[in-house]
Write a protein that binds this ligand. Structure first.
Ligand SMILES: *Cc1c(COP(=O)(O)O)cnc(C)c1O
Length: 375
């Protein structure tokens, strides 16, 4: 039986093979592999697509988060409010910068942090809010920015899963002080390896980010800070430049697939379909349903559905089985069971179904048909 994967990057590459291979070969033949015009051209094109004056590229979305925190002067003694329902890197980089992540609960309908819980989490040590635009959906940034302005907090947007998403007509990464993006291959704009970028309004902040990502140096061999080495390879920039031209088209294909799932799965019992807020444009990095648990054994029903899909060759994913406040390394923060009830609940219920721009109608019907049999 042929497998239906959660994403199919080889299929995506077929579509851009001629252009992307030519661009990659041109870099290989040029002999210039680090920096150069390919990288700066991509930075300009990406900044423009986000609607920001500056883009600073780096080696990963993880580095983008870390560099953003460092450039904004966030470190030991500071607190950063974020979600516990996200990839580990979000909180990990807050800790790596020396600050403390403060987790607030999510809105179970959107899986995003619930902005109305931010205010109660603010203390004299709070320096920033790090909203995560999870699964391709923007956080309600109107609310986040209003609080940030009121309390003079910095905002770092984790845009890793939401390249191209919008809130109130403004692209993610253009709301806060820094937008942190990942070009990991499975993101909506993904390279052929690791990559990341930061978008910023201020030229001064862009220069600070560049300094930090180049060993704390503005002028070669003069070092003013303990930085890192974080570069987007020319080879990645070349491929990303080609792929950026397809981003909107691919995001639209994702939206159509999501609408189809909404329509076809709506009658099925025991599941909750994802909610797209009316104020935003969702770009569906993941289509994540909730398989409601029977209270006696959390996650049992979800895990069974996943296994039954797998028995039919359909690979679904669990993002994320263990919320960050329940990760072993964050035990010291003292969040007991039940402190983030919605986060803990959805972690036992979420199941992300295959969805990628090149997915065919027949493939989608196969998923729907299988779920109809199982549920
Ligand atoms: C992928 C991801 C990251 C990290 O990006 P990398 O490029 O893999 O380092 C950070 N935050 C979220 C929400 C992500 O999904």
């Amino acid at each position: 039986m042929n497998k239906l994967p959660p994403v199919d990057l080889a299929r995506q590459y077929q579509q851009i093979d001629a252009e992307a291979s030519a661009a990659a070969l041109a870099v290989l033949r040029s002999g210039y592999y680090i920096g150069g015009t390919v990288v700066s051209e991509f930075e300009q094109a990406f900044a423009q697509s986000v609607g920001m004056p500056h883009c600073v590229s780096c080696n990963s979305g993880t580095d983008a988060l870390y560099l953003a925190l460092r450039a904004l002067g966030i470190g030991p003694g500071d607190e950063v409010i974020t979600s516990a329902f996200t990839f580990f890197a979000t909180a990990e980089m807050i800790s790596a910068a020396g600050a403390k992540p403060v987790f607030i609960d999510i809105d179970p309908a959107t899986f995003n942090l619930n902005p109305s819980l931010i205010e109660a989490a603010i203390t004299p040590r709070t320096k920033a809010i790090m909203p995560v635009h999870l699964f391709g959906q923007a956080v309600d940034m109107t609310q986040v920015m209003a609080l940030a302005n009121q309390y003079q907090l910095k905002v770092i947007e984790d845009c890793a899963q939401a390249t191209g998403a919008q809130w109130q007509g403004k692209t993610v990464g253009s709301w806060g002080d820094v937008g942190a993006f990942s070009f990991f291959p499975t993101k909506n704009l993904g390279g052929c390896g690791d990559g990341g970028a930061m978008t910023v309004q201020s030229e001064r902040l862009a220069a600070e980010l560049r300094m930090l990502k180049e060993h704390g140096s503005r002028q070669r061999y003069y070092h003013e800070a303990i930085g890192v080495n974080s570069r987007l390879d020319a080879l990645q920039a070349a491929v990303l430049q080609v792929k950026l031209r397809y981003l909107e088209q691919w995001n639209q294909a994702r939206q159509i697939l999501a609408q189809n799932y909404d329509r076809l799965l709506a009658p099925l019992p025991g599941i909750i379909l994802p909610t797209a807020l009316a104020g935003g444009i969702h770009v569906w990095n993941q289509y994540t349903i909730r398989v409601l648990s029977d209270t006696s054994s959390p996650s049992h029903r979800r895990d069974r559905v996943r296994e039954q899909l797998l028995a039919q060759g359909i690979i679904s994913m669990i993002y994320y089985p263990i919320p960050l406040h329940q990760q072993h390394v964050y035990g010291e923060l003292g969040y007991g069971a039940g402190t983030l009830p919605h986060t803990e609940q959805v972690a036992t219920e979420v199941l992300s179904l295959p969805l990628f721009p090149e997915m065919t109608v027949a493939e989608q019907e196969r998923v729907v048909y299988a779920l109809k049999e199982i549920l």
